[in-house]
Ligand binder design. Structure first.
Ligand code: GRF
Length: 216
């Protein structure tokens, strides 16, 4: 059973999707063992508490620099014996040391079809506003492994969502969450915990049980 640690900063609806999926038995290979929030007032921490999951607060402002923050994060990840780290709306930068130590073991959910509307400055409703301004007819969400390039790591799952003529950034954000994010994030986590993901360069291949046994 793999330990999943979820990093959050806000409302935590993606965390809730993971909690619900675990409850339904859809993540048989893993358990949600800790939620770390970059804000003490994040509602995601209440969701964790209600689900009986340990909660921790790690605020960037309490640390002098990025290496000090990264060190504290690594200490927590080791304490909870994290096998997989999920960034579910985590708004704080994670340094290269953490990324290197957990190579292909940190996942992020981004609310667009990468490589569109991603990278520096593309977060929250800005992503959806940019999609509407560009006039694309299809957007969606992407789950990817985190590497040193912002939103540039290997892509695990994507799901498309059609844009409607009367969409606003708010309505689009809501539909992308409901139709894509809450679906693909738990699926990607379940696949990882089942050992079904194999990373080759920047590509993620899905492997079956026999292929996994051959590789071991
Ligand atoms: C989601 O849109 C996610 O894609 C982005 O941040 C948002 C988090 O929402 N990275 P929530 O806290 O999971 O409700």
């Amino acid at each position: 059973m793999l330990n999943i640690v979820v990093l959050v900063s806000g409302g935590g609806t993606n965390l809730q999707a993971l909690i619900d999926a675990e409850r339904r038995g859809e993540i048989p290979g893993g358990r949600l063992s800790c939620v770390i929030s970059s804000r003490a007032d994040a509602y995601a921490l209440t969701r964790a508490e209600q689900a009986g999951i340990a909660g921790e607060v790690l605020r960037r402002g309490d640390f002098e620099n990025q290496p000090a923050y990264d060190h504290a994060l690594l200490v927590l990840l080791e304490r909870y014996e994290a096998d997989l780290v999920v960034l579910a709306g985590f708004m704080t930068i994670i340094g290269d040391e953490v990324i290197g130590r957990y190579r292909n073991r940190i996942m992020n959910i981004h609310p667009s079809l990468i490589p569109s509307f991603c990278g520096e400055g593309y977060f929250g409703q800005r992503v959806h506003r940019a999609a509407l301004e560009r006039g694309v007819r299809v957007t969606g969400a992407t789950v990817h492994f985190v590497n040193e390039v912002c939103d540039g790591g290997p892509i695990i799952l994507q799901q498309a969502v059609e844009i409607q003529d009367d969409d606003t950034p708010e309505t689009l954000q809501k539909r992308v969450m409901e139709q894509a994010e809450w679906n693909i994030l738990p699926r990607a986590v379940a696949m990882f915990c089942d050992g079904r993901l194999s990373v080759v360069g920047n590509r993620v291949m899905q492997i079956n049980k026999e292929q996994r046994e051959d590789a071991e």
